[in-house]
Design a binder for this molecule. Structure first.
Ligand code: NI
Length: 182
């Protein structure tokens, strides 16, 4: 049976806390939670299930959004219609990033932010992320474009940062000539 996750709303102060490094081995509970998050993020991006279970589409989640202050992020990236790549990164770190800055043209969303927030969030166009998989093996990913944005968004959560913190109130929007908008 599919049971929806309890995702904290932005008003919850827990989201502003710094998550702690995970010590291996991973608990059974954490493994179960990771699987539930993968399932829900996947369903949320398939219209039929999103409707059936009343899910807002989302491609990423950090454990802190479930009230668990552990440095675990999950990204479910649709690479082709109905085909998803899953990324589970434990204790993730951005080890290098491009000088080029981009932003999602339509702005960003967050499963903890239940309202529209307008504005461009400047992000590195490419990042290399290192971390550990569920078994504690070291992993690394070079991400670009929307996947790079997702990694930066989720890693920010681990440091208590929400996407709109990075929207400049004096200049919330950029033109194409100022920044590459994707
Ligand atoms: Ni978010």
């Amino acid at each position: 049976m599919f049971k929806k996750l309890d995702i904290l709303d932005e008003k919850d102060k827990t989201l502003r806390k710094i998550s702690k490094d995970v010590v291996f081995p991973l608990s059974k509970e954490d493994k179960n939670t990771i699987q539930k998050v993968i399932d829900e993020l996947t369903y949320s991006q398939i219209e039929e299930y999103a409707e059936k279970y009343d899910l807002r589409p989302g491609m990423g989640l950090a454990f802190v959004q479930l009230g668990i202050l552990e440095r675990i992020i999950i990204i479910v990236h649709e690479v082709e219609e109905g085909i998803f790549d899953n990324y589970v990164f434990i204790n993730p770190k951005i080890v290098s990033s491009s000088e080029e800055i981009i932003a999602a043209e339509a702005g960003e969303g967050c499963l903890s932010v239940n309202r529209e927030v307008e504005g461009h969030v400047p992000r590195h166009a490419r990042v290399t992320v290192e971390g550990f998989d569920e078994k504690g093996n070291k992993i690394r990913c070079r991400a670009r474009e929307d996947l790079a944005i997702a990694f930066q968004h989720e890693i920010d959560h681990l440091n208590g940062i929400l996407f709109y913190d990075k929207i400049d109130p004096k200049k919330p929007f950029y033109s194409d000539s100022e920044m590459r908008l994707i």
